[in-house]
Design a protein around this ligand. Structure first.
Ligand code: 1HN
Length: 345
């Protein structure tokens, strides 16, 4: 066992006053706060957001606040461990539900954090990233990497809602978060790369010698293909759990520098106990119902709901129906920092 460390109270008041005056503080009373033994002590608590409860609030925002007054009309999903108003859902992941009404435009900007959209409802919405028009249909995963211009539009007749996931908390922590505004982008007159260059997994466009691929070659992952891939994988996978990583089709690497995404299928009746992971996670339910127990908290989820798990969470998923979830995690960042870890249970 380690030694009990000294406390602030044990030190004479005059010494404490002199330290404060000199702008210093003793490390040892604070040591275990910043360096706990054995595993981190997360501030983040498991969160759960029922879409049925969020939807009317979001539509009300549509009546109360025109998009011109909002830039992005979003309700932020705040980590219960940090309280309402917290601009993060886990240590590194920001989540928000965004509403765009028919005919509206969310202006073009570019910023340092990266974003991903998971489309929750509605048709006719689109995002333009670097001149490429990305249609948004339910379940699609659409990338807006840091440093890429993006704006949103809506050609349909019903409200469009999507879940934004950003690595914003990191950029805020680094004091590196900022945006630049610009005019709406001209759109290239062709379908997005998922429909043109990367129609089939395992095939990529041939290029002249020396002509490299774009850093983000494919920015839309259509849900119908993802679902078909999961269904086929599930047919040949035991235990009722199939999971696919979203990858860069040129390199096989994570799609963004800090955030990773998986699509997960749980067959009706299946129970899944993933290892304890050093990454935090957010789960968005595309279809199906089930229950997840996260650090002892029971979360009953259904279509379009969202829930979160802190780092090293003890998680058990159980599907009541065939269920499809998208998991957002921060393993790519932790890999780069050299400390991503999984612990068997
Ligand atoms: C942002 O740029 C979007 O482009 C959504 O739709 C949410 C939250 C914080 C900072 C930038 C968007 C955002 C955001």
């Amino acid at each position: 066992m380690s030694q009990q460390l000294g406390t602030l109270e044990e030190l004479p008041q005059d010494y404490r006053d002199d330290m404060a005056k000199a702008g210093v503080a003793p490390l040892w009373p604070m040591m275990r706060n910043v360096l706990p033994h054995g595993a981190p002590r997360p501030v983040t608590k498991p969160g759960y957001w029922n879409y049925g409860a969020l939807r009317p609030l979001l539509l009300r925002a549509g009546e109360l606040t025109p998009v011109e007054k909002a830039e992005r009309r979003v309700l932020v999903l705040s980590d219960p461990g940090r309280g309402v108003g917290a601009m993060q859902a886990t240590s590194s992941i920001y989540l928000g539900m965004q509403l765009l009404l028919p005919g509206e435009t969310a202006p073009a900007h570019v910023h340092t954090p990266s974003a991903v959209r998971i489309v929750v409802e509605g048709t006719g919405g689109f995002t333009v990233v670097d001149g490429e028009k990305l249609p948004m249909t339910e379940g699609d995963l659409v990338l807006t990497p840091g440093g890429e211009w993006h704006d949103h539009g809506h050609e349909g007749t019903e409200p469009v809602v999507w879940l934004d996931a950003l690595d914003l908390p990191l950029f805020v922590y680094l004091e590196g978060s900022y945006a630049t505004e610009g005019p709406l982008q001209a759109q290239r007159n062709r379908p997005d790369a998922s429909q043109v260059e990367y129609l089939a997994s395992g095939l990529a466009p041939s290029r002249k010698l020396g002509a490299g691929a774009r850093r983000y070659p494919m920015m839309r992952y259509p849900w119908d293909r993802t679902r078909a891939a999961l269904d086929q994988l599930a047919r040949y996978t035991e235990g009722g759990v199939a999971e696919l990583d979203y990858v860069n089709p040129e390199t096989g690497a994570d799609v963004l520098p800090t955030m990773g995404f998986t699509a997960k299928r749980l067959a009706a009746g299946a129970t899944h106990r993933p290892p304890l992971r050093s990454s935090s996670a957010a789960y968005h339910v595309i279809a199906g119902r089930g229950v997840s127990v996260v650090n002892g908290e029971r979360i009953e989820w259904g279509p379009k709901d969202t829930f979160t798990a802190p780092v090293f969470a003890d998680i058990t998923h159980h599907a009541a129906e065939d269920a499809y979830l998208i998991r957002v995690h921060d393993r790519p960042l932790q890999d780069k920092l050299g400390y991503y870890e999984e612990r068997a249970r």
